[in-house]
Unconditional design. Structure first.
Length: 334
């Protein structure tokens, strides 16, 4: 049939999707050329009808196939074009998202917990709102001591205060627990200090406590000397100066040779070659007793250090207020 060749060559030369639809309507639509031929079959003779009918159906199928193939071809081409216009170079570096990072003080806290973790200490936390008993009485602090004054300490009531030190965590760790005890406890403490470059009414301490049978001052010195070497390097020296704390006897303060000048004397150690690191001592037998631990059987040592000072030394920060200022431009440096 001539019509078949006509359509097929028309389909062949079509160059867009819309023209394909036009051709379909032109030949196969309700008023289409092929449709009207098929419709005219009624006037054919009975022996012509099946032959022509078969032929017409074949032609319709051929046209439908050609149309759908061509349509598919255009659709694929359109998809290809779209994809190539949306090409993404996955080898390009991504856009960097601005993200925060740990506060320098917490970098120091993490480092300290890491060091004590290696030495087998567990980390415990104590409340910042504390009983006066745990903060003072059970730590052997005499009633007349000036740190108990309302002018020095934030009281809620006569019995409850904002802890002035992390040492009450010692009382909590010992009361109701029997040795061996080996804990460190970092946290915030509060004192009524005016804010200046080295003082703040809120600051941070790290408390440590070991209680077991046969613990001596040699264990204290050996452990804390080792800690100083882990903090500042193998060649770090330590020295212990006698001091007085109510909850330890004997008591000492430990200095480490300056990490910046290695003992020669510099701006960081104020020319002395030494940096004060912590207070420490053998836990007072009376404190053990108050907490329900037999001082005849057990001994132990405790220590406490100021973490803000550690961070200021480590990162050469000369004003404590910078640590608490939430100034991102400052904090981004660390
Ligand atoms: N609590 C003491 C302070 O705030 C620091 C301290 C000293 C803690 C000696 C201790 C210690 O556990 O044994 O100054």
């Amino acid at each position: 049939m001539k019509i078949k060749e006509q359509v097929l060559s028309a389909i062949e030369s079509v160059d867009d999707l819309a023209s394909i639809e036009n051709l379909r309507v032109e030949y196969l639509g309700k008023k289409g050329k092929l449709t009207s031929i098929l419709r005219g079959m009624g006037s054919l003779s009975a022996d012509e009808r099946p032959r022509i009918g078969k032929l017409a159906n074949e032609v319709r199928e051929a046209i439908e196939t050609a149309l759908s193939e061509k349509k598919k071809y255009f659709e694929e081409k359109a998809t290809e074009l779209k994809l190539s216009s949306q090409f993404i170079d996955i080898t390009l570096p991504g856009k960097k998202l601005a993200s925060g990072h740990e506060h320098p003080l917490y970098l120091v806290i993490d480092e300290m917990l890491d060091i004590f973790g290696q030495l087998g200490f567990s980390v415990v936390e104590g409340p910042e709102i504390e009983w006066v008993k745990n903060n003072f009485d059970n730590l052997n602090v005499p009633l007349e001591h000036s740190s108990r004054d309302y002018s020095d300490t934030f009281y809620f009531t006569d019995d409850i205060l904002l802890r002035t030190q992390t040492s009450p965590v010692q009382v909590r760790a010992m009361t109701g627990n029997q040795p061996p005890i080996k804990i460190v406890s970092p946290g915030k403490v509060y004192r009524k200090d005016e804010i200046d470059a080295t003082h703040s009414p809120m600051f941070h301490q790290l408390e440590g406590l070991i209680i077991d049978e046969g613990i001596t001052m040699a264990d204290l010195k050996g452990t804390l000397d080792y800690v100083a070497k882990l903090m500042y390097g193998e060649d770090t020296q330590t020295r212990f100066r006698p001091h007085q704390f109510y909850f330890t006897e004997p008591s000492a303060e430990m200095d480490a040779s300056c990490f910046a000048c290695h003992g020669k004397g510099c701006r960081i150690c104020k020319g002395t070659g030494w940096i004060e690191i912590l207070g420490c001592g053998m836990v007072h037998p009376h404190v053990l007793e108050i907490c329900g631990i037999d001082p005849e059987k057990y001994t132990g040592f405790a220590f406490g250090m100021g973490l803000d000072r550690m961070a200021m030394l480590k990162y050469d920060i000369n004003d404590l207020r910078l640590l608490f200022g939430n100034d991102t431009e400052f904090l981004e440096q660390f």
